[in-house]
Unconditional design. Structure first.
Length: 203
């Protein structure tokens, strides 16, 4: 009788252990599932400086606003990859022509420390420079494309759920080549933008 009861208990122990394991809540130390979505939208203050071969001294810095948008996916908990759009009107090229520039870059963002909000970013792509020109008293616009790069750094805070915020500082540069301006043609134009601001983050 005693041997039969002992055998029955030993047979039931694996089932009891499995039931206990199945009913046990997940350990709080286990990381929550990470969203693959990465969206940043914001803006701030932008400064512009352009230089060219025969322009003499570079024009003075011009200041205006800028808009920043990032969209892509999180590759790991530290690395994001996607596209970056930066747009600003803060520019005049040789002769005082007003310029509006859009940077369209393939971008990566890296957080060295998962527990901290600091990040660095870099991108490469194309800049679209649209400057207003006046030739023979007729106003028009000239659009040029240029190889562009961007670098930056900032700090991100998690606010609630998938939402957060960040502050950033970035530099964008484009080798625009020859650009038509009101005074003629500006040769070997190099365009630089510096931008600081804040943005909303969804991840």
């Amino acid at each position: 009788m005693g041997a039969a009861l002992l055998a029955l208990l030993l047979t039931g122990l694996p089932g009891v252990a499995a039931a206990q394991t199945a009913g046990r809540p997940a350990s709080p130390s286990q990381p929550a599932e990470m969203s693959k979505l990465w969206i940043v939208a914001g803006g701030g203050s932008s400064s512009f400086l352009a230089d060219c071969t025969e322009c003499g001294d570079p024009e003075h810095y011009r200041h205006s606003g800028g808009v920043l948008v990032n969209a892509g996916r999180s590759v790991t908990r530290k690395l994001d990859f996607g596209a970056e759009i930066f747009w600003s009107t803060a520019g005049t090229i040789a002769g005082g022509d007003r310029a509006r520039t859009t940077f369209a870059l393939a971008a990566t963002q890296f957080r060295p420390w998962q527990s901290q909000g600091f990040f660095v970013k870099a991108g490469i792509g194309i800049a679209f420079i649209r400057n207003s020109v006046t030739i023979n008293e007729e106003a028009g616009e000239f659009l040029s494309k240029a190889l562009a790069v961007g670098i930056g750094a900032g700090w991100e805070w998690r606010l609630r759920g998938r939402f957060g915020a960040e502050v950033y500082a970035s530099q964008y540069a484009a080798a625009a080549g020859d650009i038509l301006v009101s005074a003629g043609t500006a040769n070997n134009v190099l365009v630089n933008y510096w931008s600081v601001g804040g943005a909303i983050v969804i991840r």
